[in-house]
Design a protein around this ligand. Structure first.
Ligand code: PMP
Length: 392
């Protein structure tokens, strides 16, 4: 199998597993206990917290462990919003979209390249808005937002800024001080750490906003209660330490892999790269192969694991809410695939994947009435007009 779905999750680095193992067996203590086992667990937890803080230039006591980015996003936004409103964007991760739709908070459009329209954002901010939440690197397109600029606009109007940094954490440099971010969410399993653990970063002065009334303030600063999963936190700490050292080399290599993948589509008709061409994280490449349905492409590209921007549920074809929000034509959106590269991806895997993609596209297009219509310049908009949108 060729795994090109690193944006979905990553395998645990063996060094991470080795670091975690003793905390399941011999060092199994509860960090809240005051005996030796507890002390050892607390030391390991503190070491992990410091390593995570170092990765994003935060302070030790500005990091609380959570179960992952979904929980962190929920903690920050639902607690910081108070009686006011929150603003986010239509291209955000499903967990943000769900929360915003449930609460009737504002989801703004983005530009056609997936980048936030700063003017629209500033216009939408009012006295009734407490917090803006923006995804640093989009999980479907890799589009990278100018979070420093967004923070500047928010702060000018006395509004807080949260970034869901899940797809950028440990992959690109993040300096929470330089970016002037108030809150940040991330998960360990996107950086070769274990699943089920993540962090919320908060500026120290905002900690009170996140603290729960009846939580023990000695456990995760009163932000998240319950016995802390020390082995998972140790794993996240180790993963953070490793990516800090290896991130820049990985970025260079992954950039080359992306260029190789894109260059291999250049002799194909009607293939599009979705999202900004200038502001993106190269590990995520979203490509549309017009005339082919995304899920059908996925089935046809052999043993290559990728994600599709379309889904066939209950015999209905749905398209990605992210590509839809970017105004990408439905027939192009439904023909999209997300390739995501990571530190174990090789050049030959990329070559095989893209060769398989070409073969799959040729095969599917030969059978596709839509492709026939596209070639004859016929209007196909009607066919996709009522196509439902789905969230990844
Ligand atoms: N936000 C983004 C941008 C993501 O990519 C993901 C994971 N796909 C999440 C949030 C949720 O992360 P988790 O499932 O680890 O809570």
């Amino acid at each position: 199998m060729i795994y090109l779905d690193y944006a979905a999750t990553t395998p645990c680095d063996k060094r991470v597993v080795d670091a975690m193992l003793p905390y399941f067996t011999s060092n199994f203590g509860n960090p809240s206990s005051i005996h030796k086992y507890g002390e050892d667990a607390l030391l390991a937890l503190s070491d992990a917290r410091q390593k995570v803080a170092d990765l994003i230039n935060a302070e030790f006591d500005e990091i609380a462990f959570t179960s992952g980015a979904t929980e962190s996003n929920n903690i920050v936004i639902t607690r910081a919003v108070k009686e006011k409103q929150a603003i986010s964007f239509k291209t955000e991760h499903k967990c943000i979209i769900d929360m915003f739709q449930r609460n009737n908070w504002l989801l703004l459009d983005v530009q056609s390249d997936g980048i936030v329209d700063l003017q629209k954002l500033e216009y939408a901010i009012s006295d009734n808005v407490a917090i803006v939440s923006v995804c640093l690197v989009n999980n479907e397109t890799g589009v990278l937002q100018n979070v420093a600029k967004i923070a500047e606009i928010c702060h000018k109007h006395g509004v807080l800024l949260h970034t869901d940094a899940t797809q950028g954490f440990g992959k690109i440099d993040i300096d929470v001080k330089a970016l002037d971010i108030d809150f940040l969410s991330a998960s360990a399993h996107k950086i070769y750490g274990p699943k089920g653990v993540g962090i919320v970063f908060y500026k120290k002065k905002h900690r009170k906003l996140l603290m729960q009334k009846f939580s023990n303030p000695d456990i995760e600063y009163g932000i998240r209660s319950g016995t802390v999963p020390v082995p998972l936190c140790v794993g996240l700490g180790k993963a953070a330490e490793i990516v800090k050292q290896e991130m820049h080399d990985d970025f260079e290599r992954i950039s080359r892999l992306r260029k190789l993948a894109v260059s291999m589509t250049e002799d194909m008709d009607e293939v599009y790269v979705n999202g900004s061409e200038t502001s993106f994280y190269p590990g995520i490449l979203n490509i549309s192969v017009r005339g082919c349905e995304g899920e059908a492409l996925m089935m046809e590209i052999g043993d290559v694991c990728v994600s599709s921007g379309s889904a066939c549920t209950s015999n209905k074809l749905t398209i990605s809410h992210v590509l839809d929000a970017m105004g990408i034509a439905p027939d192009i959106a439904q023909s999209s695939l997300r390739f995501s590269f990571g530190k174990y991806t090789t050049e030959s895997e990329v070559v095989t994947a893209m060769t398989n993609l070409k073969i799959a596209a040729d095969k599917l297009r030969k059978m596709s009435p839509i492709w026939e219509m596209i070639k004859k310049n016929m209007n196909i908009d009607e066919i996709f007009k009522n196509c439902p949108r789905h969230d990844h």
